[in-house]
Ligand binder design. Structure first.
Ligand code: N01
Length: 555
């Protein structure tokens, strides 16, 4: 695809296009941004404000990132919409009104589009274009970025805003290709309306995507069979419209919220580590899991992921609720999560998930007792039965946090591939940069809190930090920034130490890479306290732990 006129308009503040290694002309920008989700949109906005020329590439046909692709029925955010919002623009806050406590995917996608329209961001992006490779040219201290359409651009800075959950796992069950019915993957849902009316549907997986979509699929289908390998903990969303009073309360609270974020407070009301609640406080906070505050109620239980006794009590509370909701005791038992701490896999927030199993046309297959043997042309074969279906919905998850980065060919100094450098697990400094990859930045990369906090504020914090770092370099005629190997090793060790103080490593979760066969088992998000404060201290100390070099100078 040819570069859009709009993209061309902003190219090249540093030159008129330079010859690339293949002899073709490559346009030159200050910054390439990969991805037009909430990370990429904000990074382009900040780059533009900083006077940088910027081009963004996006594989989808429009903005929205994860909300562009995950269009399955029931998809919603799992922290309240009022918090799942950018904080950087008052104008944006004043021109946007969330309708529900947990916004639907179409509404969140509309929000992304509204941002793109309001700040005229689309003209900086090239859509339907996937970045195939990003190679660091040490002589010129520039990134050479090539797309799947054969286009090459050069840029000093390369920002990967590629998302934590953007590479859906392939439905790689034996025989999958033989199925003659319709196949859906929750993370790659069709754009046109899907109807399950009168159909027999298989849903494979019981993570958030399945838990959100099952009740709506069951409302249409003639029969649904859910294939469950591991029962999950799910809390009721009790979704509803946001009242004017709630809006007013949030608006009044917003300045303090923003100030607290700036000072490094968590965007979620997490009690400090080690806080000792009274017995009454603990019981009340556990019971609040059923009040509709979803993941917020979970993170508010003091030491939930650090104290096994507290965790078991919270888990028991969910187990009692499942037993009370699901009428068939055998189905209730099969749906009851056991054997791993609540919260150690991301808990789900649902609307009528457990109750859906009380409907006569909904069947649960417990794969721990009767595993899937194969997908056949007509359905799903377990070790004991053939289940004939018209459609299969794969809700089998993502190659999380590293998947999107590893599927590009990213090469740093000496032509070293990121994939190789990360062959035993991702290594970063602060989750934002990688030693040996100068001027490459990761938005919410592994080693940062990302998925364990509010993604919107995590994105903003990283983009602000990256843009400030670039400003620091510009003001001092510094050409490149990259972590020192020592600082990176120390950070990786710290990330692991913090994870080991928690119950997180006790579950085979995507946080650990355990859901992808062959993926190194390393706990990827940062779970320690004071992350933003640490990042700010690093910056204030002249980017401590980073090596800063002038153009052409070896690090
Ligand atoms: O994926 P998952 P997801 N045969 O990995 C099962 C975010 N998200 O797409 O647990 C049979 O959680 C697998 O079983 P097991 C959110 O962060 C947010 O649902 O490995 N089953 C599991 O049950 C979430 O955590 C929202 O034993 C197979 C399921 O598939 C993350 O995305 C909504 C299988 C995968 O669950 C991922 O959620 C949706 C196989 N071969 C997603 N392979 C919000 O609410 C896998 N499974 C914002």
């Amino acid at each position: 695809m040819a570069k859009t006129a709009e993209a061309a308009e902003v190219q090249n503040s540093t030159g008129d296009g330079t010859a690339n290694g293949t002899g073709e002309q490559a346009s030159t920008y200050d910054m390439v941004v990969v991805g037009a989700g909430f990370g990429g949109l904000y990074q382009v906005q900040r780059a533009r404000e900083a006077g940088l020329s910027v081009i963004g590439f996006e594989a989808g046909a429009d903005v929205g990132g994860t909300w562009y692709w995950n269009r399955y029925p029931g998809a919603r955010c799992d922290i309240p919409s009022l918090l799942y919002s950018y904080t950087w623009s008052d104008d944006l806050r004043e021109t946007w009104r969330w309708s529900e406590k947990y916004a639907t995917q179409p509404e969140i996608l509309d929000y992304a589009r509204h941002v793109a329209d309001r700040f005229d961001l689309r003209r900086h992006f090239q859509f339907d274009t996937r970045v195939a490779s990003a190679v660091y040219d040490e002589d010129k201290a520039e990134w050479l970025v090539e797309t799947d359409t054969g286009e090459t651009v050069r840029a000093r800075f390369c920002v990967m805003a590629t998302g934590c959950l953007s590479v859906p796992k392939a439905p790689d069950i034996e025989g999958a290709a033989s199925f003659k019915g319709t196949i859906y993957v929750t993370g790659l849902w069709p754009h046109e309306k899907v109807s399950f009316a009168g159909q027999r549907v298989a849903v494979i997986g019981t993570g958030s995507s399945a838990i959100q979509s099952l009740p709506l699929i069951a409302a249409e289908a003639s029969a649904v069979t859910v294939f469950q390998r591991t029962p999950n903990y799910s809390l009721p969303a009790l979704n509803r419209e946001i009242s004017d009073e709630e809006r007013a309360v949030f608006d009044a609270f917003f300045p303090d919220y923003k100030a607290a974020l700036k000072a490094g407070a968590s965007p979620l009301p997490i009690p400090p580590v080690g806080y000792q609640p009274t017995e009454e406080e603990l019981s009340t906070s556990i019971a609040k899991m059923w009040n509709g505050d979803g993941l917020i109620s979970l993170v508010m239980i003091p030491n939930l992921v650090r104290d096994a006794v507290t965790n078991a009590r919270a888990g028991d509370y969910v187990r009692e609720q499942v037993k009370a909701i699901v009428k068939d005791p055998e189905v209730a038992e099969a749906l009851t999560p056991r054997g791993f701490p609540i919260g150690a896999k991301r808990a789900c927030v649902d609307t009528d998930y457990y109750d859906t199993f009380n409907q006569p046309h909904v069947t649960l297959v417990d794969l721990r007792k009767t595993p899937i043997a194969a997908i056949t042309p007509t359905g799903v074969r377990t070790t004991v039965a053939d289940v004939e279906v018209d459609a299969i919905v794969y809700a089998v998850g993502f190659d999380a946090m590293t998947g999107a980065l590893n599927r590009m060919d990213i090469r740093g100094r000496g032509g070293r591939a990121l994939k190789e450098v990360w062959s035993e697990g991702p290594k970063t400094y602060l989750g934002v940069a990688v030693a040996g990859f100068p001027n490459l930045f990761l938005v919410t990369g592994p080693g940062s809190p990302s998925v364990l906090t509010n993604m919107m504020t995590a994105i903003e914090q990283h983009v602000d930090w990256i843009t400030d770092a670039i400003g620091y370099l510009g003001a001092r005629q510094i050409g490149a920034i990259e972590p020192s190997g020592e600082a990176q090793e120390a950070w990786v060790a710290h990330v692991n130490e913090e994870a080991d103080k928690t119950l997180f490593p006790q579950a085979a979760s995507w946080y650990l890479g355990a859901n992808v066969p062959g993926k190194p088992r390393v706990f990827m998000p940062y779970v320690g306290e004071g992350y933003k404060i640490r990042c700010d201290q690093v910056a204030a100390a002249g980017y401590e732990g980073f090596v800063l070099s002038r153009r052409g100078e070896a690090a």
